[in-house]
Design a protein around this ligand. Sequence first.
Ligand code: ADP
Ligand code: MG
Length: 251
Amino acid sequence: MLLSVEQVHRSYRMPRRRMFRAPPVIAAVQGLSLTVAQGEVLGIVGESGSGKSTLARLVMGFERPDQGRVLLNGQEAHRLPAAARRQTQMVFQDPSDSLDPRRSIGWSITEPLLAMGLRAAERHARAADLLARVGLAPADMHRYPHEFSGGQRQRIAIARAISPDPALLVADEPVAALDVSVQAQVLNLLLELNLTLGLAMLFISHDLAVVASIADRIAVMHHGRIIETGPTARIVSAPAHPYTQALFAAA
Ligand SMILES: Nc1ncnc2c1ncn2[C@@H]1O[C@H](COP(=O)(O)OP(=O)(O)O)[C@@H](O)[C@H]1O
Ligand SMILES: [Mg+2]
């Protein structure tokens, strides 16, 4: 299995508020299990604070679980060697988080390849190819982030994420900051990359309609747990859990 999350717990200790009292603890993810197969898009939906971004950080290996395991191709995510770590890449809500304002687009999208020892000519060719894949012009590699719209910047962040040829993309609210018309274009791009590259995704959003438009399966998160999971068509046509029904009612 490409990704398997097994009974994972992750809590955060808040700053101590009173001297002789135990500091409060927030259980962000509680006994969560899921799998993502190669080429599959698993949608994670849940309201703000339900633990979605914590799950994303655990899958990326940025944090380690307190209990349970996060396995990528059978290896624990937080202790992967560099080459295996490149197999999982992330796209954030704000593309600025992964683009250096002082660097050209071409530099930013091929930076993840530096460690792989590519020569300048190879990086140039790869930058042109990546920009074409995300619907931008190869000549855009010489421009800077501020010269692009929000939707274009998210395309560039996606180009950077796919540049080391990952097997899994973790997308945490990738369209939440975009206008609705631009959202649809970026979702189409992600779907196209899923189909053409066989890129698997953990696609996270608070918006059930957005998740349903791209996911093969959906897992609904609530208070750090998955309360319902199933094929997208089933979740959409017959949500079983009252909380899932409420998410639809709110949409
Ligand atoms: N680094 C952190 N320190 C303390 N609390 C955190 C931290 N990260 C997340 N939390 C808390 O964990 C819970 C889940 O947060 P998060 O994973 O960001 O949810 P979501 O992405 O679904 O909005 C929230 O109550 C949040 O305040
Ligand atoms: Mg979040």
